[in-house]
Design a protein around this ligand. Sequence first.
Ligand code: KIV
Ligand code: ZN
Length: 391
Amino acid sequence: MSKDKVQIFDTTLRDGEQVPGCKLDAGQKLVIAERLDQLGVDIIEAGFPISSPGDFKSVSQISELVKNATVCGLTRAVKKDIEVAAQALKLAKKPRIHTGIGTSDSHIKYKFNSNRDAIIERAVSAVSYAKTFVEDVEFYAEDAGRTDNEFLAKICEAVVKAGATVLNIPDTTGYCLPEEYGAKMKYLKENVTGIHKATLSCHCHNDLGLATANSIAGVINGARQIECTINGIGERAGNTALEEVVMILRQHPDLNLDTNINSKLLYDTSRMVSEKMGMIVQPNKAIVGANAFAHSSGIHQDGVIKNRETYEIIDPVDVGVNESSIVLTARSGRAALAYRAKIVGYELTKKQLDVVYQEFLKFADEHKEISDNDIPKIIETSKLKIESVSQ
Ligand code: KIV
Ligand code: ZN
């Protein structure tokens, strides 16, 4: 049975670039956009054109450059924003305007000093106006995570009627629990008249570490687009990590959902974004962290050496990492030492291994990690003992 496609909407260059200190120049943005296109993302959110002349310019340049993906520009529900975004997207093969407004009571009261009916009116006029420039218009209901479902359904219905092709349901503050976010999608699917004319989209922030779980709950409950960033970068605690949602769907064929992403480019793309933004990837980051395929405890190493699948659910090659690594530390066992010693040219008998292992432990207690260069030194130190054992 063919799987349902989940569209991947990458916002590394918009929500991701809002990270303090991670500003990219126009050239860097172009290189990343080109890579995202090769990676197979369906939509690239290239920027917020009215926010600065530089952002306008890079959205225009990305629009001209990108061959396959839809290129999207963000706007507020403001006429001038929409005009400027349309202008910046003029050369895009597939342009999309992403417009919207805050819909939670807190946003309506404190940001807009307004009321629900007036917010619906502004949303509808923004979508209708954007439709005069492009066919593909995505509407975001900012702070949808804390918006009451009945009102959310009402505003979604109104903007679909006005021609919105995608309904973005952001959990802007990262507040929702997965069950709650999933139930929100289900509610919209079941209560918005005309919902079949639009795609529901997950846009989750990671303030409680739930962005990925919430996005997955969203697609299980009917959404068919996930908004995410490479390495999960973004405002505050970040956005949903692209590499995580892509690999979750790959590792769970039972969900019957997949994306167009070429997963073999994930690791390389992660490093490229990290390097260009000057933002390190935490070593224990799922899928792309330096330790994601590294094994250091004796029990795990023994298992992985016998069969990789004992402690790995993903083949590292599938995400562009050459191989799993067996890292030698004071927690490593004989199997790992013998394995790495063999790689650097020493085939140890069982008795030799027993002796070298004692030297290895002494050395390991004094050093955080033992490199391949240390192994000959350790064997050298044990040499006499090895010979006496071998006699
Ligand atoms: O988090 C959010 O609500 C957003 C919108 C502007 C789409 O980034
Ligand atoms: Zn966001």
